[in-house]
Structure formats: structure tokens, C-alpha cells
Ligand binder design. Structure first.
Ligand SMILES: [Zn+2]
Length: 128
């Protein structure tokens, strides 16, 4: 397993949530994972996406430019990438090892790295 250096990669901030109001935490262990202010739009006009993998499982994904307390638990691969041109690797919570989503990386457009996190694996304190 590889611990990531999750440096912020120039996210296009699309929310103006207050510093302390937007915390996004792991649904299982409540560890801080990100913040609403780090949600970014990578493709289309929203950070919210629904994708289906080759096994037929659907995921509600939210894209973030930054997250913390996660670890990469697979090698980056390009097959079946939901974001063309980007490699993906599996992300798990560093505390409880819950599968939270994927890291996407690639030399594509303005964003070289972002995180597609599974909506149901996150808690947004303000609802939404
Ligand atoms: Zn957790």
C-alpha cells in the first residue's frame, strides 16, 4: 500500500461553503476525508456523476480536488476509466479501510489529479 502525497492540485472551487461547515467524513469511522469547498468539476457541469463499472455495479461519485486520510490500495490502471485519459487507483480510508472511491491521475486538461469519492461512503454534516 502506498500513502499518497495529496497536495492540492489547483481545484476549481465551485462552492463557497464556510471553512468549518463543509466537512466531509468517512461514513464508517467519521475520519475527516475532505470538505465541500474542495469539490471540483472535472467533466460536464457538475461534480456529481453516476457511473456503472464492467460488473454492473453503479456508483454515485463526487469529484474532489483534495482529500486526506486516504490510502491508495491498488496500482493505477487505465482500463474502463470513467474519465477518459485518466488512470484510476482504488482509495480506502486510512483509519477503517473502507473503500471510499478512486484517485484519478493523468496529464489531461487542467486537472492532473482528482478524487472520485462514493457519495454513500461519505457524510456531509449539512445534508446534501
Ligand atoms: Zn473510515
Amino acid at each position: 500500500m502506498v500513502l499518497l502525497d495529496l497536495s492540492l492540485t489547483d481545484p476549481k472551487i465551485i462552492t463557497d461553503a464556510d471553512e468549518n461547515d463543509g466537512k466531509v467524513v468517512c461514513v464508517r469511522c467519521k475520519t475527516s476525508i475532505s470538505d465541500k469547498k474542495y469539490m471540483i468539476t472535472v467533466t460536464g457541469d457538475s461534480p456529481f456523476h453516476t457511473f456503472t463499472n464492467p460488473h454492473g455495479f453503479s456508483f454515485n461519485i463526487i469529484t474532489f480536488g483534495y482529500c486526506e486520510n486516504v490510502m491508495e490500495v491498488s496500482e493505477p490502471v487505465g482500463e474502463y476509466s470513467w474519465f477518459p485519459g485518466y488512470l484510476w487507483s482504488i482509495l480506502a480510508c486510512r483509519e477503517c479501510h473502507e473503500h471510499l472511491g478512486w484517485r484519478f491521475s493523468g496529464d489531461v486538461g487542467e486537472v492532473n489529479q482528482f478524487f472520485g469519492l462514493i457519495r454513500e461512503k461519505l457524510i456531509f454534516p449539512l445534508g446534501e
